[in-house]
Design a binder for this molecule. Structure first.
Ligand code: AMP
Ligand code: MG
Length: 340
């Protein structure tokens, strides 16, 4: 066990904490930092040793590559090469923001960042703290700052719960506004391909990439030994320890179903909370998909502590940011869907 430094951003300590986080990273250490999507566990993208520490602290499979975070478009040519003009159009429209592009990698970044692939995922986060740390250190390879398989961390407390004593530092900042990880697209094939839905929706992507293809791993379970475009999609993910099911149906159908079950908890929408008479937790309003995205991971963590045998989650719609929420929940439920 090591001591994890808690770096606070109160008035007067902002500069000092940013500088300390940057120093730890420049010296080959690893620090959890806030972003607008989820907290990230950051290492220098040039330092193989530091990246290995990230994989180890999280227990992340070595073939699941990391996203490199930049604070300035000028850094892109250090990380990626043969960049198509479409990438610059996307950057112009969606950066800074919850949007990641897979491009051809340069040899400057550490090999372990790409998990053996000849491509690299790059994003510019829309969070001042993250960007200040990158500007004071270098582009950062950063996966979500949770133990592999656990729900992603959207508060500093989630990070501390999973990783205290395993990483050099954590920057304590506010809760993440988006709440689900970034949208990942690949620009390395014949057509732009959506690998993971996130805060930038398919509808928004189509404005710049009208022929974008949605990879089948977004909504279905990869078969054993199947080669997947995004290695992260094949692993068990976001999962509570409790047996979890995703349930599709109307508010009335969902309420009738869960009200007849024993020793379980319902994860529902604000609007239907009143008609559910078993243990329940709401994860936001059905009329506001971004509220569902913001709350989904913390509700998964909470519900796991209730000591029930089963969790039934009411599925969101697959439109807008709802698609990203659905994509996380179907993995949390190990692809067990009950259609009413
Ligand atoms: P995380 O940082 O935990 O949100 O995970 C990063 C996601 O991006 C995972 O699903 C990875 O599989 C995906 N990813 C990162 N780099 C690449 C790449 N070079 N090609 C395809 N997917 C990638
Ligand atoms: Mg992750």
């Amino acid at each position: 066990m090591m001591i994890t430094e808690k770096l606070r951003l109160d008035k007067g300590s902002y500069e000092e904490s940013i500088n300390r986080a940057a120093d730890i990273i420049k010296n080959g250490g690893i620090v959890a930092i806030p972003t607008e999507t989820v907290y990230g566990l950051a290492a220098s993208c040039y330092c193989d040793g530091a990246i290995k520490k990230v994989f180890e602290a999280k227990g992340r499979p070595q073939d699941n590559p990391l996203i490199v975070h930049i604070s300035d478009i000028k850094q892109l040519s250090e990380i990626a090469c043969d960049i198509p003009s479409l990438a610059f159009e996307c950057a112009e429209k969606f950066w800074p923001g919850p949007f990641t592009m897979v491009l051809k990698r340069t040899d400057k970044i550490a090999k372990s960042v790409s998990g053996g692939l000849d491509t690299v995922a790059v994003r510019m986060p829309d969070n001042q703290v993250a960007r200040d740390i990158i500007a004071k250190s270098c582009p950062l390879a950063a996966p979500s700052a949770n133990l592999s398989g656990h729900p992603s961390p959207t508060t500093a407390d989630h990070v501390i719960y999973d990783l205290d004593g395993k990483i050099d530092g954590v920057v304590i900042s506010s809760d993440c506004e988006v709440g689900v990880e970034s949208t990942v697209i690949s620009l390395c094939g014949d057509k732009p391909r959506l690998l993971r839905p996130g805060g930038i929706t398919v509808e928004q992507l189509k404005e710049v990439l009208p022929d974008i293809v949605v990879d089948k791993a977004v909504l279905s379970e990869p078969q054993k030994d199947e080669k997947v475009a995004s290695p992260g999609m094949k692993y068990k993910h976001y999962a509570p320890d409790t047996d979890t099911y995703l349930v599709e149906g109307t508010a009335e159908q969902f309420a009738e179903f869960v009200n007849s079950q024993k020793d379980c908890c319902a994860v529902c929408f604000d609007e239907e909370s009143g008609i559910i008479n078993i243990k329940k937790l709401s994860y936001g309003s059905i009329a506001d998909e971004s509220s569902l995205a913001r709350n989904v991971f913390s509700v998964l963590r909470k519900v796991d502590k209730l000591g029930v045998k089963k969790i039934y989650i009411h599925a969101p719609s697959k439109s807008g940011v709802g698609l990203a929420v659905y994509n996380r929940l179907i993995r949390a439920a190990a692809f067990r869907v009950i259609s009413l």
